[in-house]
Structure formats: C-alpha cells, structure tokens
Design a protein around this ligand. Sequence first.
Ligand code: OAD
Length: 227
Amino acid sequence: MKQKLVVLTGAGISAESGLKTFRDSDGLWEGYNIEDVATPEAWHKNPSLVQQFYNERRKAVLEAEPNKAHVLLAELEKHFDVQIITQNIDNLHERAGSNNICHLHGEIVKSRSTRNSDDIYPISGWELKMGDLCKSGHQLRPHIVWFGESVPMIELAAEIVSDADVFIIIGTSLQVYPAAGLINYTKPETPVYVIDPKQITLNNKQVHFIQEKAVAGVEQLFNLLIN
Ligand code: OAD
C-alpha cells in the first residue's frame, strides 16, 4: 500500500504562477478592504462590488498557469497516495493533474445559489453577474467561504490530516483558522515538512523547514521523498 501524503497549501504555492498572496506587502487585498468584498455583510450591502472583486480574481486565475510545484505534487501520485487540502480558491492543482483536492475556502470557478448552499454550478468564462440565477430563480454568488462563514470542509480535512503518514505545508502564513489548526491533527510520529521563503513559527511542533519558494522547495522535497 502507498504511503499517505497530505499537503496543505496556501496562496504561496500559486505566487510563482503570478497570483498574489494575501499578506505579503503587495497583497491581493490592497485597494480593497476585506470587509467590503469578502463578508456576508459586504454581499448584502453592495453585491455588485463583491461580484466585481471576484470577477477580477477569476480572470487572473483563468489567465494563470500551474507552476512546477503544482505539477510535482501531481506527479507524486505515482509514488504516494496524495491528498491535497488547499486554502486557495484557484484551480491550479486541478489543472496540474492532482486528483484528490479538498478546497477549504471554496472555488472561484464555481457559483452557488444564495438560497441553497449545496446548489453549485460551474461558471463558464470569468464573469458572474447580478441577475444570474440558480435553477430555482435565486441570485448566484461566488462559491467562496467568506470571513464570518463556517468552513464546512474542515471536519473532513481534519480526518484526512489525522491519517497522514507525511504532512507537508506549502506557502501559507497559517494566520487563518480553522485551517491553521489542521497541523494539530497529525499523529505524533508523522513527519511535517514546511516550505516557505519566510520563517514560519509553529508552536510545539518539530518540523523540517525548507526555506524556499514553492517551486525550489517542492523540487527539493520531491528528491528527498523519492530517493
Ligand atoms: P497568506 O498571504 O497569508 O500567506 C502566504 C504565504 O506564502 C506566506 O507565508 C508567504 O511567506 C508565502 N509565500 C510567498 N511567496 C511564496 C512562494 N513563491 N512560494 C511559497 N510560499 C510563498 O496566504 P494564506 O496563508 O493562503 O481566505 O491565507 C489564508 C487565507 O487567508 C486565504 O485562504 C484567504 C485569506 O483570507 C479566504 O479567502 C477565506
């Protein structure tokens, strides 16, 4: 049986694909207040602005390409049972060929009904507009977890992490809960690798830290795991 490799990714893995991270100095939120675009209150107050913000993000995602870090993680499936848990709303893991992806914070290429959160649709192209309706006639919103909303996939993700033989964290500042708490679900003997160009502090956890950008870091880790 293949070893179970679980990978938690954040915005940093897509940085080398040209998508901006949230908390680095030239971050995505610049020009937009989080409260104005990524909360249920924002949606009630000014849904067109929220749509515009996510339309811009969607356009950027569609124009971006997966980088070698995404590609190598997909390639690891030849050797391991790989499960990706991503905080990213982009679809670069999918487009690189990974098969098992759990999106904690939703998916930018999908919309969902404002009446029924299980009623989810693919979006064709980059634009979701006011007036675009679900099959029962209610406005569609981006299929994104906003601040203040619950994270329905977190229990499944915690279960996946608790089953990991190897746990890898790539490109996340681990500032946002509940995702940041997932590391606490690993078995005590499970090795944890962290790839990030910035030093990440993890309380009470012995980790193998690879201080590199995602592409160089995943290349290094790939060689370590395969050889
Ligand atoms: P952050 O912007 O908080 O953190 C990005 C991390 O990536 C930082 O630790 C950077 O040092 C690192 N980084 C930068 N460039 C990198 C590179 N080339 N390779 C590898 N790492 C690099 O992004 P997240 O931790 O993903 O939530 O943010 C978590 C959540 O906060 C997001 O999912 C989003 C946001 O609010 C929602 O939208 C619900």
